[in-house]
Design a protein around this ligand. Structure first.
Ligand code: F6P
Length: 369
């Protein structure tokens, strides 16, 4: 209800992304400006559900002085987890076994008992789905879209993506000289889960010869033929950027591990492709996995600005009485979309996207032609 808010909570869930602290900074400044109290929940919902783990308190007060110097820092001062779904929590029993338990009522009760009127939930598709379920149980929630993968449908961009692409591009730039010196093929595996945005954008910026993404299953023979042609035409080395979720025609993604209570971990496709390309082209080939380096370090200026804008925007939305929505950037405006709509499906790279057309125009192979 507009005007009724006196105290809000903020949490960060799922994998960290550069710009999380900028969101916290923006939200706390905006909320304190309205005279609201703000608390931060540690590690997703763990600060509420397992307070005994936090000697300094699982839920901490946030004020302007506490967040003044954080917007340029990577990570999240609140901590995060991707095993923290309160609806499917693994709770230890007296005999030491763990049983999946729905602890969502504890979260709702905590908010009610502590006079917290609303939650700003910062996360990717998984964390926003949890926030939506809590909203359906009566919690007043505004979501903020976070992920380096940029796979959320209703927003042009999520913060973290630009930092990941910038760093990956820097790494790819560095590989050109060593690849040329040894006349090698270098295969660079980047994160992105089931979508190819990071691979596509860093591969184009880094002048890759081939980019492999989940949306376009590849033929390794076609990848090799494309590179061999380029070698014959006078470019003696190659750079191949592969998204961790890329898969061969008729094949599956490469899964690194599966654990109860969390989504599967991808990884390893780069090494497989490197071995196959060495065999098919006769060129010495090396593979590099950029992995979590893409999530580390300071956010770029764009991600900082997106973060503070999202944070302040979420508070603005709450002050207008919005609930059950996610803040989204739809240039030139900030908008609010229902959480249900925001999590309905992943934003994959469309086959007619500008980036795909650019690849075709620049003779960057996509493994399909
Ligand atoms: O969703 C962000 C992301 O970094 C993905 O790109 C990657 O597949 C996954 O998280 C890695 O998760 P974790 O930090 O659990 O290894």
């Amino acid at each position: 209800m507009p005007g009724a808010i006196k105290k809000i909570a903020i949490n960060t869930g799922g994998g960290d992304a550069p710009g999380l602290n900028a969101v916290i900074h923006g939200a706390v400044y905006a909320a304190r400006g309205l005279g609201w109290e703000v608390v931060g929940i540690r590690d997703g919902y763990d600060g509420i559900l397992s307070p005994e783990l936090y000697p300094g308190g699982g839920v901490v007060e946030l004020n302007r002085s506490k967040v003044r110097e954080i917007s340029h820092l990577g990570g999240t001062i609140l901590g995060t987890t991707n095993r923290g779904n309160p609806f499917h929590r693994l709770v230890e029993q007296p005999d030491g076994t763990k049983v999946e338990t729905d602890c969502s009522n504890k979260v709702i009760d905590y908010f009610r008992d502590n006079g917290i009127d609303a939650l700003i939930a910062v996360g990717g598709d998984g964390s926003l789905a949890i926030a939506n379920e809590l909203h359906k149980k009566g919690l007043c929630v505004i979501g903020v879209p976070k992920t380096i993968d940029n796979d959320l449908q209703s927003t042009l961009m999520t913060f973290g993506f630009n930092t990941a692409v910038s760093f990956a591009t820097d790494c790819i730039d560095r590989l050109h000289s060593t690849a040329l010196s040894h006349q090698r093929i270098m295969v660079v595996e980047v994160m992105g889960r089931y979508v190819g945005w990071i691979a596509l954008h860093s591969g184009i910026a880094g002048r890759a010869d081939t980019i492999l993404i989940p949306e376009i299953p590849y033929s390794i023979e076609k990848v090799a033929a494309h590179l061999k042609l380029k070698h014959q035409q006078g470019k003696p080395y190659s750079i191949v950027v592969v998204a961790e979720g890329a898969k061969p025609l008729g094949g599956e993604v490469t899964v690194k591990s599966r654990e109860p209570g969390r989504v599967e971990r991808l990884g390893g496709i780069g090494e497989t492709i490197a071995a196959q390309l060495q065999e098919l082209t006769g060129k010495e080939t090396r593979s590099i996995v950029l992995g979590h380096l893409l999530r580390g370090g300071s956010p770029t200026a764009l991600d900082r600005n997106l973060g503070v804008t999202f944070g302040a925007g979420a508070v603005h939305g709450l002050s207008k009485g919005l609930n059950g929505v996610m803040v989204a950037i739809k240039p030139p405006k900030l908008e609010f979309v229902p959480l249900q709509e925001a999590i309905a499906e992943l934003k994959v790279v469309p086959s007619d996207s500008e980036a795909i057309l650019v690849c075709r125009a620049l003779d960057i192979g996509l493994g399909d032609l």
